[in-house]
Write a new protein. Structure first.
Length: 293
């Protein structure tokens, strides 16, 4: 009842684990894959990356602020770990790099991947992420380089802080199969007792329900402007959020911060979506983009 097709991949439901949530262990992905249509791995680069020193996470009233710093075990070690993935859902490997050539090299490490997500939107790391994703010409070049290396679906992840329509169109011109929108938003928090920023990196990325209206607008705009599918990401905590994003045009919906509050969130969302569709006598495809004129 919930099965959707996304760029040639058949997903058993439209719910996808967002990147960066469950660390770099296959066992963590396996534990959640049974109830997801797909899981996206933590972003990985060619070489090991330590990330920022603690503190790197701040709990907010309506979300989470983090600056982990794209900590990564490196492509070779991570590829060995992902060989242990259960394949209970589709596996999407998230990649980060500063240049098109390095993105292309990364693809070669992950034969087990069903698709690739390109992190072009992390807001708190220099030289990669949003630094790269702000340049439409470079985004086009990166996507072309990756598509030249693989026939598997490629999903650039764009930021609300960029000219996201222009960037997404450049990605589409480069051969992107779909677009993921959005990543975290730049933010910070200050300790009033110490009178200094809490995060070691000073600034970080805000995720969780606080950013949902921003993500909704981006998904709406991209659905209007692109001919390739949009995958929503940002602020989902309830099944109603999933339906709202799909009405705005998302073909699938990623869930991230909500996993910190419940590892059973995907089971709950799945069962609630089934109940909603039965009540409304609709199929999952009927609601995609249905809010548009």
């Amino acid at each position: 009842m919930l099965e959707v097709e996304l760029c040639g991949m058949k997903l058993k439901n439209p719910l996808i684990l967002a990147s960066g949530i469950l660390g770099s262990c296959a066992s963590s992905l396996n534990a959640i894959a049974e109830n997801t249509g797909a899981v996206v791995t933590k972003s990985v680069g060619l070489e090991e990356r330590e990330g920022y020193r603690n503190p790197v996470v701040v709990n907010l009233p309506h979300g989470i602020l983090n600056a982990v710093g794209l900590a990564s075990p490196g492509a070779r070690i991570f590829s060995e770990e992902l060989e242990k993935f259960s394949k209970a859902s589709k596996l999407v490997v998230s990649l980060f790099a500063a240049e098109a050539e390095d993105f292309s090299k990364l693809v070669g490490f992950f034969e087990m991947a069903d698709a690739f997500e390109l992190n072009l939107s992390c807001p708190h790391v220099h030289d990669v992420g949003l630094t790269v994703g702000n340049d439409p010409d470079l985004v086009r070049e990166i996507v072309m380089a990756v598509k030249a290396r693989t026939s598997k679906p490629v999903f650039p992840k764009v930021s609300a802080f960029s000219d996201y329509v222009e960037v997404a169109k450049a990605a589409e011109e480069g051969g992107a199969d779909g677009i993921v929108a959005i990543n975290t938003l730049r933010g910070m928090a200050i300790d009033i007792g110490l009178r200094k920023p809490i995060l070691s990196n000073v600034t970080g990325g805000v995720s969780g329900e606080a950013i949902k209206p921003v993500a909704m607008r981006v998904v709406w705009d991209l659905f209007e402007e692109l001919s390739i599918p949009v995958v929503a990401c940002g602020g989902v905590t309830t099944w109603k959020d999933v339906v709202e994003f799909m009405l705005a045009g998302a073909r699938a919906v990623q869930i991230g911060s909500a996993v910190f509050y419940s590892q059973r969130i995907f089971y709950s969302l799945k069962e609630s979506l089934i109940a909603y569709l039965r009540k409304e006598r609709l199929g999952i495809e009927d609601i995609i983009g249905a809010a548009h004129p």
